[in-house]
Unconditional design. Structure first.
Length: 168
């Protein structure tokens, strides 16, 4: 039972973040980028629009995929736990090690987005590149926000799994 008390909040938080924050942000970015392109302005506007459309699509797909797969994933883990508690805890521990290892890479991506974005905004004279740079900084902030919550949730879940592994 302790495992379910640890697992369910993790996956519930994942689903809520995906469907209430990530997916809507992605859709809004698509709408905003499309609106900017429809204005027909070259330069800065187009520089902002292109990353908003590209990243909006990526964010919307990730948000939808995570949000809609989570209930089935949760159900599958619950069924597995009812049959083989120790095996489920072990497999979740391994899976979460992979998840937790990825946070460093995501952070590196957001740092690169920030640095490149600031460089384009501050060190170029091209209106297009300045707009592109500002959009990269925006998405670095969004990524840091999303991953900040997700990382904390994963750490709590991983810690709970670690405690359960120690008991077995």
């Amino acid at each position: 039972m302790k495992f379910l008390e640890t697992m369910l909040p993790y996956f519930q938080g994942e689903k809520i973040e995906a469907l209430v924050f990530i997916l809507p942000i992605g859709l809004l970015c698509l709408v905003f980028g499309g609106w900017l392109l429809s204005e027909g302005h070259p330069g800065f506007t187009r520089g902002v629009a292109i990353p908003f459309i590209a990243m909006g699509l990526v964010i919307a797909v990730i948000g939808g995929t995570v949000g809609f797969r989570t209930p089935a994933q949760t159900s599958q883990i619950q069924k597995s736990y009812s049959v083989d508690p120790a095996g489920t805890i072990k497999s979740e521990s391994i899976r979460m090690e992979t998840v937790n290892h990825a946070w460093r890479w995501y952070l590196a991506i957001w740092v690169v987005f920030t640095m490149v974005g600031l460089g384009l905004r501050l060190l170029t004279t091209s209106d297009f590149l300045r707009g592109f740079g500002i959009a990269l900084v925006f998405f670095a902030g969004v990524g840091l926000m999303i991953d900040g919550f997700a990382d904390r949730r994963a750490q709590i879940y991983s810690s709970g799994i670690g405690e359960l592994k120690a008991l077995n």
